[in-house]
Design a binder for this molecule. Structure first.
Ligand code: ADP
Ligand code: SF4
Length: 683
């Protein structure tokens, strides 16, 4: 297949200072939880994107000096020459495919508590570090400013020697000392580095000029700048100082990489922001500079990309998440395979890996982060090892992914689903407020499976032990999912809770099935701490119910700090008028009332309660496993939530892993390649 000529403009080369990008697909800097700690894993992930057609591929933040380090987070590092080989491996992989490698040099100032180096953090003015460590940053004097310029210059020279083509000056996300100098909130200086915007931008200009002077002949100098902070007049705004700064420095960098700040605004989830949500803020940039501009907005639609380029809004389609969900997105557009694009669903599970300091994972792309350690390629999979057949029971995320990957291997696959539509939990959850994009998990796989002659997919086909045995497949895979429990068992109440016989108890499944809740006050009890409790509260409230959200945690949906959503979720419930009771367990559900117990004091208060929706834990639907175990000659395997309920990402991963590994048993105790540290010498 060849590409549709409508998309030709996306494949035009673009000059960036002294280097040329082969097309307009630009992977902006993004964290990945690997960095210097898992360097081979990181390098292969980036290399795979170059293979998939991204013309520019950047690092995550790369520390330039020990006075600004993010331990335990595992980003990049260029403190001295010994850090170069790790990043050189990444550059080599990117260059193999004719793409450009970019490095986001950074001194994080008051964002870094320096837990490892124990250096005192630095900032434009005295202030506590942004992270919750009991640490303050000290105000930088002129010699500190000279040092910072020197460190940045030396790191830029090192980056050039490492093989990078684009060297960043980073003033985005309020994550860098340079952006702290720009900020009126953080810069209270009275010297020539404080006060007017011109003064606050002095350090940025100096570092830009230093960098150009150091590496500008061979490397492009990019400026990443957040034009809008969504803080009103207290911060940068795209109609105020954000715009003024772009006008002031318009021709200084070789490329403008523009976005919103902070990170939670830049990487907003689909629950809160649609594709293209940054367009209106960054559109002015191209009108005030002749330099190329890159922007992001979770773009997965080639038509939207074309209209951005043709409409003169952007020169490059920037992407972090779309490139994670589909490293081959550009190649698929180029080859006329746009139906095969695995679209990002905007869930930010990828961000959670970085926040947990473990290799990145992705809901849509089970191979993300596994390119090196398990040798999984997003587009290639080993052919079948035997002429065998598979029956997969259940077409949720696990079953669908398993069928797709087994089908790609060439096995004969039958997928049987009891319900009338594919998707399992996502078929239901996509109808909850804000979660419609999650349906892409099912849509993508349903489409791909539909193209395969060796995969038969049957809806409305509930299987029981007899029909499975009669079917006679060589391998049976149970992907029958899980259901929410109604007994209150969970983290806070492992033995369950006291529930009166006539107390009205519902689960998220009941709400998703459309069971009408009774009148009176409803309690949503969230002992799960991810999205479900708050989203059920939101749905009920939007239907007009009087809702109180109760959780043993100290805030709403506490795990969603990892997906950058916690603040937005709590705000949404408050805006909707949902009452919130934190640090409360349910001691008892009685007729028409609930006893809430403070988790600290044990003090009990009683709330009137027409019904309680318990969001505590899920139970695997695994009765078929018990019925079938020991029967028949073939294998019997549980995958996804049927084995152990977890995230959608975990279910997709479980289905994919089974399909990859069947017929090729893993050798040894550790099922993947590890990056073992070598002991340092005595130097
Ligand atoms: P996972 O997240 O592990 O994929 P889901 O709960 O999303 O699990 O999906 C499980 C799917 O399995 C649901 O669509 C459900 O209708 C289906 N299912 C459960 N039991 C059977 C069965 N006996 N026969 C066929 N399909 C089943
Ligand atoms: Fe997109 Fe979710 Fe994958 Fe991140 S984890 S790239 S948000 S699908």
């Amino acid at each position: 297949m060849t590409r549709d000529t409508r998309y030709d403009c996306l494949f035009e080369p673009v000059q960036i200072g002294p280097v040329t990008a082969r097309n307009r697909f630009y992977q902006v800097p993004h964290c990945n939880g690997m960095g210097r700690v898992y360097p081979s894993t990181m390098a292969e992930m980036r290399r795979t994107k170059a293979e998939g057609g991204w013309a520019v591929i950047c690092t995550e933040e790369v520390e330039i000096h020990s006075s600004s380090e993010h331990a335990p987070w595992s980003g990049g590092r260029l403190w001295d020459d010994r850090d170069m080989p790790v990043l050189a491996r990444m550059c080599d992989g990117i260059h193999e495919f004719g793409s450009l490698a970019g490095v986001e040099l950074n001194h994080a100032g008051l964002m870094a508590a320096n837990r490892y180096s124990r250096d005192v953090p630095m900032a434009p003015s005295h202030c506590p570090v942004a992270l919750p460590d009991p640490v303050q940053a000290r105000a930088m004097d002129k010699s500190d400013i000279r040092d910072l310029r020197r460190w940045h210059r030396e790191a830029a020279l090192r980056a050039r020697r490492t093989g990078f083509d684009i060297v960043y000056v980073y003033a985005g996300h309020q994550l860098s000392t340079i952006s702290h100098f720009l900020s009126r909130r953080h810069n209270h200086r009275s010297d020539e580095y404080g006060g007017s915007l011109e003064n606050r931008a002095r350090l940025l200009c100096e570092v830009l000029e230093d960098t150009r002077e150091a590496v500008g002949e061979r490397c492009a100098v990019a400026l990443r700048f957040a034009v809008e902070e969504l803080l009103g007049s207290g911060g940068m705004t795209s109609e105020g100082e954000g715009r003024d700064l772009v006008e002031m420095l318009a021709e200084l960098p070789d490329l403008w990489d523009v976005n919103l700040s902070g990170w939670e605004n830049d990487s907003a989830t689909s629950r809160f922001k649609p594709q293209g949500f940054q367009d209106d803020y960054v559109a002015f940039v191209k009108t005030v500079t002749s330099k190329p501009v890159v922007g992001v907005g979770r773009y997965t639609s080639p038509d939207a990309m074309v209209s951005l380029v043709k409409g003169g809004k952007l020169d490059f389609i920037g992407a972090a998440r779309p490139s994670i969900a589909d490293p081959f997105l550009p190649a698929k557009i180029e080859e006329g395979r746009i139906d095969e694009i695995r679209e990002c669903i905007g869930c930010n599970i990828c961000v959670s890996g970085d926040n947990d300091s473990v290799p990145i994972r992705c809901t849509q792309n089970p191979t993300m982060g596994e390119e090196w350690r398990r040798g999984w390629h997003p587009e290639r999979i080993a052919p079948r090892t035997a002429n065998e057949s598979f029956l997969i029971v259940g077409a949720g995320p696990a079953g669908l992914e398993c069928a797709l990957a087994l089908g790609q291997r060439g096995y004969a696959v039958t997928l049987a689903e009891a319900g009338s539509e594919p998707g399992g939990r996502v078929a239901r959850e996509r109808r909850l407020p804000g979660l419609s994009e999650w349906g892409r998990v099912a849509d993508y796989r349903e489409y791909r499976i539909g193209q395969m002659v060796n995969v038969d997919f049957y809806l409305e086909s509930r299987m029981d032990a007899r029909s499975i045995a009669e079917f006679g497949a060589d391998h049976v895979v149970l992907a029958t999912g899980a259901r929410w429990s109604a007994d209150g068992k969970g983290r806070e109440n492992p033995a369950g809770m006291e529930i009166a016989a006539d107390a009205r108890v519902l689960t998220p499944d009941d709400i998703m099935d459309g069971t009408p809740p009774p009148g009176g006050q409803l309690i949503v009890f969230d002992d799960d701490h991810y999205y479900m409790g708050a989203v059920i509260a939101e749905k009920l409230r939007r239907c007009g119910a009087d809702v109180t959200y109760v959780t043993p945690a100290t805030e709403v949906s506490s795990w969603t700090h990892n997906t950058l959503e916690q603040h937005a979720i709590q705000k949404r419930l408050l805006d909707l008028g949902v009452r919130i009771r934190t640090a409360r367990n349910i001691a008892a559900l009685r007729t028409g009332a609930a006893d809430l117990e403070c988790i600290y004091t044990g003090q009990v208060e009683t709330l009137s309660c027409g019904a309680a929706v318990l969001v505590t834990m899920r139970r695997p639907v695994d009765d078929l496993y018990a019925d079938l175990s020991g029967d028949g000659p073939g294998s019997l395997t549980r995958i996804g939530d049927c084995l152990a309920p977890g995230t959608i990402a975990a279910a997709v991963y479980g289905g994919h892993r089974f399909a990859r590994e069947v017929g090729a048993p893993v050798d040894g105790n550790v099922p993947f390649r590890r990056e073992c540290m070598a002991l340092a010498g005595t130097m």
